[in-house]
Design a protein around this ligand. Structure first.
Ligand SMILES: NC(=O)C1=CN([C@@H]2O[C@H](COP(=O)(O)OP(=O)(O)OC[C@H]3O[C@@H](n4cnc5c(N)ncnc54)[C@H](OP(=O)(O)O)[C@@H]3O)[C@@H](O)[C@H]2O)C=CC1
Ligand SMILES: Cc1cn([C@H]2C[C@H](O)[C@@H](COP(=O)(O)OP(=O)(O)O[C@H]3O[C@@H](C)C(=O)[C@@H](O)[C@H]3O)O2)c(=O)[nH]c1=O
Ligand SMILES: [Mg+2]
Length: 323
């Protein structure tokens, strides 16, 4: 049996970077970033820029993948409030193009979405079929992307995740470790709930699920749908920041820590252009039971991430901290 081809878009993002590793054993991986690439067999140019809708539409049949995994997205939540057209183009229009191309080729589409499709009411973890009501431009654009996938008729896995951190790219965790070496006091919102989720975990779960789907032959159709994928447990951004700094102080005691206190504040005390849901908790039961997978507590992945970045903290302490 020849190895299936998998087309990965967004290879250089937090999740895309880990997918390059996790998807490699599943088949022949064609991984594209913004700059695109060439078709391995024919040398034909391939488009990886999601803003180029025509190029994207031509790239899928050129690769003829068994599955497309789309990790590219417009993810700057506050900036999206000022750039709604661009967010819509990348997170919805390009996704519609990919989904329609997948439907035509009979390819599976794996696509990522977010807890920000919910309005954050209540305290119960959100289930996949709960009503969506985004509060932000980013959330609206991601919901439109989901809807385009469903409307295309392609077989798909829409994986909604949240609070992603990884070894590549910017994220809340990196911001907190920087601020903890620059400031005496951090003030962090304590009334928005979710689970910090590692890009490595997301990629590994994606690979397990996709392997299952690609091995299932005609029986695979029943897997098509939406799943919540997040680490277990829940905390607030403030709880997350405290855990990060505590772990980082232990892992790199000489990194020039300046912070004395991490103060919990309400959302109202930290005004941002985009509104964010108070309750982003995701119920992951469907994913775990359908694919026979287990999602570890969020602290496990965060502690590993801190251990992996600790050496860089030691050598790169900010100036002016006495270290
Ligand atoms: N980050 C998070 O907290 C969460 C993310 N998600 C979803 O998970 C998925 C992966 O996110 P994550 O890896 O964290 O995001 P990142 O922002 O780390 O990565 C997104 C990647 O997409 C690329 N990209 C942006 N615009 C384009 C474009 N026009 N053409 C091609 N590539 C483009 C970015 O490139 P560049 O760096 O050059 O802009 C970047 O490499 C996304 O669908 C996101 O919506 C869901 C919940 C939480
Ligand atoms: C830097 C900082 C942020 N905050 C708050 C602002 C905000 O409410 C919260 C998180 O801020 P960030 O902007 O880092 O996180 P944000 O970009 O909103 O993260 C989101 O990204 C998108 C892509 C998703 O899909 C979501 O699941 C989620 O991960 O922390 C503070 O309270 N104090 C601070 O010092
Ligand atoms: Mg952000």
């Amino acid at each position: 049996m020849s190895a299936p081809r998998i087309l990965l878009l967004g290879k250089d993002g937090q999740v895309g970077w880990e997918l390059q590793r996790a998807l490699a054993p599943l088949g022949e991986l064609v991984a594209l970033g913004r700059a695109g690439g060439t078709e391995p067999a024919t040398g034909a140019p391939l488009v990886g820029d999601l803003a180029d809708l025509e190029g994207l539409a031509a790239t899928v049949p050129a690769v003829r993948p068994a599955a497309i995994v789309n990790a590219a997205a417009y993810t700057t939540v506050d900036q999206a409030e000022r750039e709604p057209e661009l967010a819509q183009r990348i997170n919805a229009d390009a996704v519609a193009v990919l989904a329609q191309a997948a439907a035509r080729c009979g390819a599976w589409l794996v696509h990522y979405s977010t807890d920000y499709v919910f309005d954050g009411r209540g305290e119960r973890p959100w289930r996949e079929d709960d009503p969506t009501a985004p509060l932000s431009v980013y959330g609206h654009s991601k919901l439109a992307g989901e809807e385009a996938v469903r409307a295309s008729g392609c077989r798909h896995l829409i994986l909604r995740t949240q609070w992603v951190y990884g070894v590549r790219g910017g994220n809340f965790a990196r911001t907190m470790l920087r601020l903890a070496r620059e400031r005496d006091v951090l003030r962090v919102v304590d009334d928005q709930w979710g689970a910090p989720t590692g890009a490595d975990l997301i990629a590994d779960v994606t690979a397990h699920a996709l392997h299952r789907v690609l091995s299932a032959g005609g029986a695979a159709d029943t897997f098509s749908g939406t799943y919540h994928l997040a680490a277990a447990g829940a905390t607030t951004w403030c709880g997350y920041a405290r855990y990060l700094v505590e772990q980082a102080r232990q892992a790199a005691p000489d990194a020039g820590w300046r912070v004395q206190a991490i103060e919990p504040i309400p959302t109202a005390a930290y005004p941002t252009p985009a509104r964010r849901p108070s309750n982003g908790r995701l119920d992951t039961t469907r994913l775990q039971t359908t694919f026979g997978l287990h999602l570890p507590p969020w602290q496990h992945g965060v502690a590993r991430w801190v251990a992996s970045v600790a050496p860089t903290l030691r050598c790169c302490a900010p100036t002016g901290t006495g270290h």
